[in-house]
Design a binder for this molecule. Structure first.
Ligand SMILES: Nc1nc2c(c(=O)[nH]1)N[C@H]1C(S)=C(S)[C@@H](COP(=O)(O)OP(=O)(O)OC[C@H]3O[C@@H](n4cnc5c(=O)[nH]c(N)nc54)[C@H](O)[C@@H]3O)O[C@H]1N2
Ligand SMILES: Nc1nc2c(c(=O)[nH]1)N[C@H]1C(S)=C(S)[C@@H](COP(=O)(O)OP(=O)(O)OC[C@H]3O[C@@H](n4cnc5c(=O)[nH]c(N)nc54)[C@H](O)[C@@H]3O)O[C@H]1N2
Ligand code: SF4
Ligand SMILES: [Mo]
Length: 883
């Protein structure tokens, strides 16, 4: 009998409910949970492909010490011994934990308790520093607590939704779909997108402000001043519930229109249109994400936005409020347990002596950290200069994701003791571990996560633990016991940890702290197992309802009032480099690709690392479409494929964050990003690297597919992606390869019994080699003096779909699809595997809207994440037809 388990998606902060079904053969399939209030049955492309990421290929399945498998006992003894010894010799601040918004609340609670309460240092920080910390700092400045006031429903109820620094369509696709559906139902609803790039999110925008990078503080200061002038502020709310309005207004009013135009790079008309929309609409929600947080002025951006909502009293009421979209599945849970180096547990403050005393008594802790620990960037600097001598990294890949990533790599290489808990054996970070601990992954682990709207949901196990893998909390609790902190770490299940966490949230709270889930403190194992998604706060005895904060005007500063923050517009950075490099995400990959990189479907959307640049900039640099481009800063350089697009403004480049040394020769973008941080939050300004760009002229270019994973790649440029039935590979080099047949045999692991079929065109300088056995294609390589032009999707499809023997490999070597098996082009709809060529075909045959294209090709009919791109292709092709 198939078994179904309700659980939660492990990717973004939307926190969609997933129903995972395991059939009699053990095969897993997933679908959206129709009853989960985050998604009501929807899933995006990544969520829909979850089952394809569960195989054990590459998984870390046993503890390793210096690369050798050992028993858990030996590994944990070593970790406990080395941490204890380092602390004894050099004090508690000589050790550190660097954890992640992708561990469960229970894991996070244990990590924080061990470091802050028992080791006695606050040197625990998390990748949330790179993600949410400016929002945390902004919330705490304004509200006195890290509170997200609203709910997803507010986004649907609003009459104006502002999306600033958020590519919602690709990064929070299910909220985007909910927004798009609400707008379709109520066309009077307006959407404004503020982003230097014209992203897919602009598909539903009534107004797109292509703001100059970091023009946000000025824009929202200008808005505040405008609202005052237009008489649209709420004097009663300001007077009764806030402090600091006059100062904030004075600063805001000092900006002239010319200042605003200069800072934002926007024409006066657009600025006015935006101000008018905000002025004349009561129900406004302002959603923001990394274009706001990841900035040297990130905290000020957050407060400049909140200032406008406070001034109009538009906060905490249905359809109104500032809305920080959380990135990771448990970014919010990490904040609840106080996982950042400058926080305490349960939304208590590290700088507050009463809070420290309260937590110490609750934990019965021998010592409690009394000063903030090192924030992520500083933490790795301390590893580099030897102040930190032992570090435990859990569920994050800092050699890829931190700025100045090569310094991080060097720091880990020099660190006397590095422990990494991960699910994958080979990542750019695990390479530096002295001790590697195998963790349970999604579907195996058990606990809770909290999404962007403060909703706690269960992640439930539906697979057995593979080999020796163990939960992250178990690893830390066991080490804590071995370090002599026995009683305080004696849990036997995630349920027991959750109960303790909930009890701390309500301990001596009496309404003084926003985070109170006392109502969940007495759940027994069965009730915890059955826990339905629930929003916090959930104090003891309170009914379960949708909750919003601050409509009553009560905030969490000691006097109960909110604060306006008098922000200054940052000075425009005068970079000495030609370009500003903006970095971010693509639709179908998750961060460093350790999971989404396993799915052929997800890898087919964008199969190669790229840099987007404006066609005019490209022309000035002598870069043609599909050329390779060297992007360099004073910290390092990367080699990426040029993607020319007017969506990008001149002077600005965009590159994705996903590719790393496992998937490409040099695409780890963190190595070029400078570690400039926000002064309040310590969050790196990851969207603003100063770089140069130049074409990279290779002597040869190659494209290959292979059923075996290519080994030992060492060409100047290569990028690898999973394909159905094998792998696809892009390459380029400056040095000639003497014997391509031998190269293929080695790289694609082809035996001497298989002879290649060769095709050479001396005039064009192209060469093609195919290897097949028993009519099954093993590998094919296309070489040229220019970037290779072949119908890639068609070639890839031959890996598992061999045409009849007569066609192979002659047709294949032609690199063009025969009539029998047409080329799809780049895959747009990853769920239904529909390519751009098929979509264009449907448009040519008369389809004039996305629904019709869906009926004709099935594209966009499953998760819907690609509908914006389909519309874009349609508009583009109709425009081309009209020319
Ligand atoms: N597909 C996918 N989805 C994801 C993730 C993923 O890896 N893949 N990761 C998740 C995580 S952890 C996070 S944090 C979120 C991030 O979600 P988002 O923040 O939406 O994603 P990003 O692509 O990082 O950046 C958002 C936008 O900010 C814009 N931007 C850059 N500079 C500025 C500026 O100065 N001002 C303004 N207003 N905008 C600017 C960029 O052009 C970019 O389009 O996504 C989550 N969802
Ligand atoms: N330039 C630039 N840099 C950025 C950003 C940007 O926009 N631009 N964005 C930043 C942001 S917002 C974020 S959130 C970070 C993300 O960056 P990272 O956190 O470094 O990226 P991930 O690939 O999510 O790393 C998660 C790791 O945990 C492992 N893992 C998965 N599940 C588990 C588990 O259950 N237990 C354990 N122990 N391990 C597990 C995965 O295999 C992987 O190695 O990147 C940041 N870096
Ligand atoms: S929007 Fe997509 S990635 Fe995010 S939680 Fe939902 S299914 Fe997962
Ligand atoms: Mo993030």
């Amino acid at each position: 009998m198939p078994v179904e388990t309700r659980t939660t998606c492990p990717y973004c902060g939307v926190g969609c409910g997933v129903i995972a079904k395991v059939d009699d053969k053990g095969d897993v399939s997933v679908r959206g949970d129709p009853d989960h209030p985050a998604n009501f049955g929807r899933l995006c492309s990544k969520g829909s492909a979850l089952a394809e990421t569960l195989d054990l290929d590459g998984r870390l399945l046993h503890p390793l010490v210096e690369g050798e498998p050992v028993a858990w006992d030996a590994a944990l003894d070593l970790v406990a011994e080395r941490f204890s010894q380092t602390i004894a010799e050099h004090g508690p601040d000589s050790v550190a934990f660097y954890v992640s918004g992708q561990i469960l609340t229970e894991d996070y609670y244990v990590a924080n308790k061990l470091m802050k309460g028992f080791i006695g240092s606050a040197n625990i920080d998390t990748n949330s520093r790179l993600c949410m910390s400016s929002s945390v700092a902004g919330h705490r400045r304004a509200f006195g607590a890290d509170t997200v006031p609203g709910t997803y429903e507010d986004i649907e109820l609003a009459d104006l939704v502002i999306l600033t620094g958020s590519n919602l369509a690709w990064c929070h696709p299910v909220i985007y779909q909910r927004l798009a559906a609400a707008k379709q139902a109520r066309p009077q609803m307006k959407v404004v997108v503020i982003d230097p790039r014209r992203t897919m999110t602009c598909d539903i925008a009534d107004l797109h402000l292509a703001i100059r990078p970091d023009g946000d503080v000025a824009l929202f200061m200008g808005l505040l001043a405008h609202l005052v002038k237009a008489g649209r502020i709420d004097q009663n709310y300001i007077g009764a519930h806030t402090l600091g309005f006059a100062d904030a207004f004075e600063k805001a009013a000092s900006l002239t229109l010319a200042d605003l135009m200069e800072a934002t790079g926007l024409p006066a008309m657009q600025i006015r249109d935006f101000f008018r929309l905000f002025e004349t609409t009561d129900k406004v929600v302002t959603c923001y994400s990394q274009g706001v947080n990841q900035s040297a002025s990130g905290t000020d951006k957050v407060n400049a936005i909140i200032n406008c909502h406070l001034a109009t009293g538009r906060i905490g009421r249905p359809g109104m409020g500032p809305f920080s979209l959380t990135g990771q599945p448990n970014a919010m849970g990490g904040r609840e347990v106080g996982g950042l180096a400058n926080m305490l547990a349960a939304h208590m403050a590290l700088e507050n002596a009463e809070d420290r005393d309260r937590v110490r008594r609750f934990w019965n802790a021998p010592t409690l950290a009394d000063k903030p620990g090192l924030k992520a960037v500083d933490m790795f600097r301390a590893v580099a200069d030897g102040r930190i001598k032992a570090i435990w990294i859990m569920a994050t890949n800092p050699v890829v994701s931190l700025p100045e990533a090569d310094l991080v790599r060097a720091a880990l290489a020099a660190c006397p003791f590095v422990v990494v808990s991960d699910i994958m054996e080979e990542t750019d970070t695990t390479a530096f571990a002295h001790v590697l601990l195998p963790s349970l992954g999604w579907g195996e682990k058990d606990g809770t996560v909290t999404n962007s709207e403060r909703r706690i949901s269960r992640q439930r196990a539906f697979l057995n633990a593979p080999d020796a893998a163990k939960p992250d909390w178990w690893q830390m609790a066991d080490v804590a016991r071995r370090m002599g902190f026995g009683d305080a770490f004696g849990w036997t299940s995630a349920a027991e940890i959750f109960a303790e966490h909930a009890a701390l949230s309500t301990f001596e709270n009496h309404g003084s702290r926003d985070f109170d889930i006392g109502g969940l403190a007495s759940l027994d194992a069965a009730a915890y197992d059955d826990l339905a998604p629930v929003q916090w706060p959930q104090p003891k005895g309170a009914p379960r309802t949708e909750t919003r904060f601050f409509a009553d005007g009560r905030f969490y500063h000691a006097d109960g009032k909110a604060r306006f923050i008098a922000v200054d517009a940052p000075k425009q950075q005068e970079g000495d480099k030609a370009f500003t490099l903006n970095t971010g995400r693509v639709r179908d990959h998750w961060h460093t690709m350790t999971r989404t990189g396993k799915s052929a479907r997800l890898s087919g959307h964008i199969a190669e690392p790229f840099v987007e640049l404006h066609p005019a900039d490209a022309q000035a640099l002598g870069i043609r479409a599909a050329d390779l481009v060297e992007v360099e800063s004073r910290h390092g350089k990367v080699l990426l494929r040029a993607l020319l697009t007017p969506r990008q403004v001149r002077g600005s480049l965009f590159a994705p964050i996903h590719w790393n040394d496992q998937f490409a020769s040099s695409a780890r973008i963190g190595r070029v990003v400078e570690a400039v941080t926000d002064p309040y939050s310590g969050q790196p300004a990851s969207k603003m690297a100063q770089v140069t760009a130049r074409p990279f002229r290779a002597a040869w270019y190659g494209f290959a597919v292979s059923i075996e994973k290519p080994l030992g790649l060492d060409t100047d440029y290569w990028a690898l992606a999973k394909a159905k039935g094998g792998w696809r590979l892009e390459m380029a080099g400056t040095d000639a390869v003497a014997d391509w047949t031998a190269w293929c045999r080695k790289t694609f692991q082809i035996g001497p019994d298989v002879e290649p079929i060769l095709y050479q065109d001396y005039a064009k300088g192209t060469q093609r080699l195919a290897f097949s056995k028993n009519h099954r294609l093993l590998a094919v390589l296309f070489l040229a003096k220019e970037p290779v032009e072949v119908a890639r999707s068609y070639v890839v499809s031959q890996l598992c779909d061999p045409p009849n023997a007569a066609v192979l490999p002659a047709a294949l070597l032609a690199g063009r699809a025969g009539a029998g098996s047409p080329d799809k082009g780049a895959i747009i709809c990853s769920c239904m595997n529909v390519g751009i060529v098929e979509i264009l075909g449907a448009i040519r045959s008369g389809c004039t809207n996305v629904e019709a294209i869906g009926r004709a090709t099935q594209a966009g009919t499953n998760c819907g994440s690609c509908r914006a791109e389909i519309r874009e292709i349609m508009h583009g092709s109709l425009a081309a037809a009209a020319e």
